[in-house]
Design a protein. Structure first.
Length: 215
């Protein structure tokens, strides 16, 4: 057969490649099909999303570190990444920890419309009253794709990692600790540079072309 023909003419490598190709043909076809389905799903997703408004909300805590009994500013950045205008926008962020007191700014705002490519930022201020580690939950946003229809889309802002509320004394101690660490770093770095510099200077003063200078 093919095997004997290839081996009789020293074409064993050709036969091995042929068998290898045949044995993996199903895998190659499956892999290509997977690529096609992946590209098709991406295309359909982009096409679907591009024909409607798509609001993205990024939530950020602007005050760091967070210290007990001190004001903390929270910002909500809203972007319309779609290609159509969003209407009747309602942005709500009332899921703050129970021990955080609202100080300034609205936690629920409305916006008539947001055109494609436009964005706006809303900020408000709270004050944590108890130290600890807290979850900062996402904000909620709702809007209409068509102001004449009752359907409302609902989404959420980006998540934010757990945040620690420090005592004022802890922050001061951390600052002093960092200052000590930097002072030690500068001291040891200076010593490590002074010693080689001193040796080099002595060599330059007492030797010339590697030969000790005469007194």
């Amino acid at each position: 057969g093919i095997r004997d023909f290839c081996l009789s003419r020293g074409l064993g490598d050709v036969y091995k490649r042929q068998v290898s190709t045949q044995s993996t043909g199903g895998f190659v076809k499956t892999k290509n099909m997977f690529k096609f389905l992946l590209l098709l799903s991406v295309f359909l997703t982009v096409t679907f999303c591009s024909s409607r408004p798509n609001l993205l909300v990024h939530k950020a805590v602007l005050t760091k570190p967070i210290v007990v009994d001190s004001n903390v500013t929270i910002a909500l950045h809203v972007f319309n990444l779609g290609t159509k205008t969003a209407y009747d926008i309602v942005l709500e962020d009332k899921n703050i920890p129970e021990t955080w007191e609202h100080q300034l700014g609205l936690q629920t705002i409305t916006w008539d419309q947001l055109a494609p490519g436009e964005n706006f930022t809303h900020v408000y201020v709270v004050k944590p009253t108890t130290p600890g580690i807290y979850d900062i939950l996402p904000a909620t946003i709702s809007y209409r794709e068509d102001p004449s229809k009752p359907e409302v889309r609902v989404g959420y802002s980006s998540s934010y990692p757990k945040s620690k509320v420090w005592h004022a004394g802890e922050v001061d101690r951390r600052g002093k600790s960092y200052l000590k660490e930097w002072a030690l770093f500068v001291l040891f770095s200076g010593v490590s540079m002074l010693v080689p510099g001193f040796v080099y200077t002595q060599i330059q003063l007492n030797y010339e072309d590697g030969i000790p200078k005469r007194a």
